[in-house]
Write a protein that binds this ligand. Structure first.
Ligand SMILES: [Zn+2]
Ligand SMILES: [Zn+2]
Length: 161
């Protein structure tokens, strides 16, 4: 039945759309929690050289947030394999592993000589969709944001191991 197929196709696309809106919507709900508007202090946009204030729920101004989202979308489209395990990062087990790892490291970055506070949990050996590597406690280390993004760039660019 072509009609039904068409309808199903549409709902699928709608669901994807709704999903990507979710973080914003959640936050807006939080801001209006209990019917009261909670005051959120304005922070400057983190994009280099930008003088705008960031919008609620983001560290960027409206323009840079849109730009960031477009970059994310482009990266996702370029790597469909990643979509398969991206949702693992939303599982409760990952939150537990993450928390354990950061706590065990006392929130110190694992890079020798780095004094930044660890906020990220990194897979020492990239898991690349391997569940066992993903949840292995011994494969996790706490890193600060900048050390982690540097490592991620190295791994994604290198493609070797
Ligand atoms: Zn900006
Ligand atoms: Zn670091």
């Amino acid at each position: 039945m072509p009609d039904k197929c068409g309808a199903r196709g549409l709902t699928g696309r709608d669901q994807v759309k709704r999903k990507s809106d979710k973080p914003f919507r959640k936050l807006r709900g939080f801001l209006h929690f209990g019917g009261y508007m909670v005051h959120v202090p304005k922070r400057p946009c983190t994009a280099p050289g930008c003088r705008e204030f960031s919008i609620p729920g983001s560290s960027k101004c409206e323009m840079h947030e849109v730009q960031r989202r477009q970059q994310v979308e482009a990266r996702r489209a370029a790597d469909p394999e990643k979509a398969r395990y991206r949702r693992w990062y939303k599982l409760r087990i990952w939150y537990a592993r993450r928390h354990d790892c950061l706590k065990a490291a006392l929130f110190r970055c694992a890079t020798p000589g780095c004094l930044e506070r660890a906020t990220d949990v990194d897979h020492i050996k990239p898991h690349r969709g391997n569940w066992d590597l993903f949840v292995d406690r011994n494969n996790l280390q706490a890193l600060c944001k900048s050390c982690h993004s540097r490592k991620t760039v190295r791994e994604d660019g290198g493609f070797g191991q």
